[in-house]
Design a protein around this ligand. Structure first.
Ligand code: ZN
Length: 309
């Protein structure tokens, strides 16, 4: 079965490219390779302690993945186009480069274009800080939504064929982006506020708006976004899937596990090796095989095929 995970932070955990093969974190190529086909969005990310020069930290992570592919094309293929995505059903592990925060572009559309040409295909507009582009849900309402530069950036992303990711965006940013896009958008790793009322999660209205664009929501496995108590199990993952399915059907649900970006994981989940348990739980909850395939990967595959040119 094809697994397509919309978000992980493994590139920010490892120190050298070879650790992509095997590591003690949540995600590596050996464990992803146990599934028939696995597409992983590999996000670059700068944490709280790296805020002096987040662009440099993120660039180093992306360069590491690009270098790894150069040395081991048999182990990891980076997806650069919709036609690359046609090959993923044949088996193997595939990466899609992402930026968790537009800080990578240092306020420059030229930098966005440069990274696009270096295979960056997904941009989460912000992380937990307001930036040049927009306000974060954890920020201070610097722009009250998307900045004028942010509008320019989102426009250019649409023209180039990059996936616009609204996870971490403030509610005002969310509205501004949906006003200026005419393509499907993603929330690569966000859950339902109706089930767990964390501000990082999506309201029902936001879920419906993403679905109306033809977009996809990746279910985040972070226990604090799954359950108000901060303690979660696989049943909580299923609860969020059920909630979105009840609102929109199964066409807009994906996986956005947040491996190596979130701790604690739900009880029983130790990393990529545990994903089969989520799929089995869906089968026990009477999801049809076709729906399970869409949630596991088919929906994100459709979205990325539509956006990547
Ligand atoms: Zn995140």
């Amino acid at each position: 079965m094809l697994i397509f995970d919309g978000h992980c932070d493994t590139l920010s955990k490892i120190n050298r490219p070879g650790e992509l093969i095997r590591n003690g974190f949540h995600w590596d190529l050996e464990r992803a390779g146990r599934y028939g086909s696995f597409v992983q969005v590999l996000s670059s990310f700068a944490d709280h302690g790296q805020r002096k020069d987040p662009a440099a930290v993120m660039a180093r992570q992306l360069e590491m993945a690009i270098a790894f592919e150069g040395e081991h094309p048999d182990r990891l293929k980076l997806i650069r186009s919709a036609s690359d995505l046609k090959t993923v059903q044949n088996g193997g592990v595939f990466g899609i480069l992402g930026a968790e925060g537009a800080e990578l572009f240092k306020g420059s559309i030229g930098e966005l274009e440069r990274w696009f040409n270096k295979s960056l295909k997904v941009v989460t507009l912000c992380w937990n800080y307001d930036n040049e582009v927009c306000d974060s849900v954890a920020g201070h309402r610097t722009h009250r939504g998307l900045s004028p530069f942010g509008r320019e950036l989102v426009d250019r992303m649409q023209e180039l064929g990059m996936v616009i990711d609204l996870s971490h965006a403030s509610d005002e940013t969310f509205e501004d982006v949906l006003e200026c896009v005419n393509v499907p958008v993603a929330a690569t790793h966000s859950n339902c506020r109706a089930i767990c009322s964390h501000p990082r999660n999506l309201t029902d209205a936001q879920i419906l708006k993403i679905a109306a664009t033809g977009g996809v929501i990746g279910i985040n496995f972070y226990s604090c976004f799954l359950s108000g108590s901060g303690k979660a199990g696989i049943k909580d993952i299923i609860n969020h899937i059920e909630h979105i399915a009840g609102l929109t059907g199964t066409r807009h649900i994906g996986l956005g596990c947040d491996f190596d970006g979130a701790n604690p994981m739900p009880e029983g989940i130790t990393g990529a090796e545990s994903l089969y348990m989520v799929l089995e739980a869906l089968a026990r909850a009477n999801y049809a095989d076709r729906d399970i395939r869409m949630i596991a990967g088919g929906n994100f595959l459709r979205l990325f095929t539509r956006i990547l040119s």
